[in-house]
Design a binder for this molecule. Sequence first.
Ligand code: SF4
Length: 358
Amino acid sequence: MEDWVQQLQNSVNTLDRLKAVVNVTSEEEEAITTLNTKWGTTPYFASLMDPDTPDCPIRKQVIPSMKETENRYGMPNYLIWEENRDTGEIRPDCIARQYHDRIAFTVTDICATYCRHCFRKELVLDRKIKLRFDLEEGIAWIREHEEIRDVLITGGDPFILSDQKIEYLIRKLREISHIEMIRFGTRTPIVLPHRITDGLKKILNSYHQVPIWVNTQCNHPKEITEKTARAVFDLLSCGVNVGNQAVLLKGINDNVETFRKLHQKLLAVRIRPYYVFYCEPAPGIDHFRTPIEKGSELIRDALRGHTTGLAQPMYVIATNIGKIPLMPDYYIMEKNEKEYILKNYQGIYTTWPNMPES
Ligand code: SF4
């Protein structure tokens, strides 16, 4: 049996298995035994948890918390709103659409790790929203919609599907002449790097004409290991670029030092920081949410000017009408007929000539 399948079969998803890895607190035990929610992770990712520190950033993403019962700001049926499902356009359950030329194709609700902050919590963790994941229905819809040029295959985690299904999906999408690129959203390079097998590499490698992009989710520098580095290198060697979509999480990555380290370490293993998402108002995740301004402040104070431009993600809030960038806006301090007054990351001013369009 392949390593990645073994990892999934031995998922740390019972109290006893968790107790074999960390010293479980009474609060964690109460949440595990009382909350009706799917939880768990791979033995590999669990091995990165600090056994004696309940505040460990990996523990907080993996182990349920009683705080999930608090919900002042979460919106019920959040996913339906955020993925713009409740509109006039009739689409299969597996197709979410916010833009004219691209869609998200949801192919499973299974994950290697059930992240406590997941914006799809109602679907993936709490199973209160049910959707039908019919690949044929999705492919047929995409085929009929010639304006769609870019498909994001998502879940759950689509790399949990078998090699055969992944190969089938890529092949079918590639046969559609209006599809110019395929993206996968998968946390496996971080939580199950074993998934990047020779078999999967062979599948990904076979496609040159319709490029494949992978975006993963890494939220803390502790999540990056030699195994991650290898998995990313292997993906790149198949012509697959790897980006990161972090989530801004209170008590996990919302401080300057961690935020900078995260983005530097991502680049050090060849993952390009792509987005940092504001933690969305799905129900039961209030405890992960910072003020909205926090992300722009972190971009300004931890990244801009402090590390290479390659490590600069776009900070966005994902809404039903698409992503809205919330970048720091301190650069142009003043503009007059003659010049612009600009400020840099250190608060130092300079001027730049105002050159009218000719
Ligand atoms: S891997 Fe993605 S879909 Fe699965 S629980 Fe984590 S954030 Fe949600």
